[in-house]
Design a binder for this molecule. Sequence first.
Ligand code: NAD
Length: 249
Amino acid sequence: MGTSSVAIVTGAASGIGAQVCWALADRGLTVVVTDRDEAGGADLAAQLAAEGHGVEFAPLDVTDPRAHEALVDGVVAHHGRLDVAVNNAGVSGRVAPTGEYTVAEWREVLSIDLDGAFYGIRAQLPPMVEQGAGRIVTMASILGQVGFAGLPAYAAAKHGVVGLTKQVAQEYADAGIRANAVGPGFVDTPLLARPELPAEAVGLLEQLHPVGRLGTAEEVAGVVAWLCTDAPDFLTGAYLPVDGGYLSR
Ligand SMILES: NC(=O)c1ccc[n+]([C@@H]2O[C@H](COP(=O)([O-])OP(=O)(O)OC[C@H]3O[C@@H](n4cnc5c(N)ncnc54)[C@H](O)[C@@H]3O)[C@@H](O)[C@H]2O)c1
């Protein structure tokens, strides 16, 4: 990817997405920061711009397929290209066992975490196909590979994200597009700052990772940025854990 490359990041106002924006901007990409949190997204874009980075903010709720299309149309109209897309927006949903999940709770998580990734990729593919190049990264989770009691919709959605990413890798390899999923372990971001999660639960979560701590958003962002820029052309369709050894147990 050259320094004139353009990237879209979803769910970019906070946590991992925000750090992905910094990492891509540090590599010289122009970053389109998107989020449904307009104040947070605009604030991040202002911080990046103040450091001299090429950046703009566009509000985007990933559950709206037309909004993805309008966003990509605008990016291509303005920049003439779309090189990188990081489909990162996600929510974890209420902590409760499967039998106690309401249909509305299930739908909310699936619509953001899985449908949102599909709507994004569907809109991002056409300009990448036209260019004959593109790098797509999806934000899965360790729960894209294993279950975790109390997060049924999240685990189902993230397994779906991994499957979707493999599909894209297969279908668009000939078109020069590389698609990979990143699977963070538990990462210290606002996603984990939940009222129903007692302080001692964080200590238990830390112990689930052989490295004995939670991950940082910067650690995940570094891997994402590498996949978007310097990763080998031969790397596609992969699920890449960044999980302190969680899945090695
Ligand atoms: N934090 C973790 O432990 C962890 C672990 C594995 C995977 N992940 C994944 O990483 C991604 C980022 O999570 P995070 O920890 O940075 O969380 P976060 O809550 O800090 O950030 C998520 C961002 O997504 C945005 N968002 C939520 N719904 C949206 C929607 N409908 N449209 C657009 N934006 C929306 C939020 O406004 C927020 O800015 C998510 O996909 C999450 O599932 C997180």
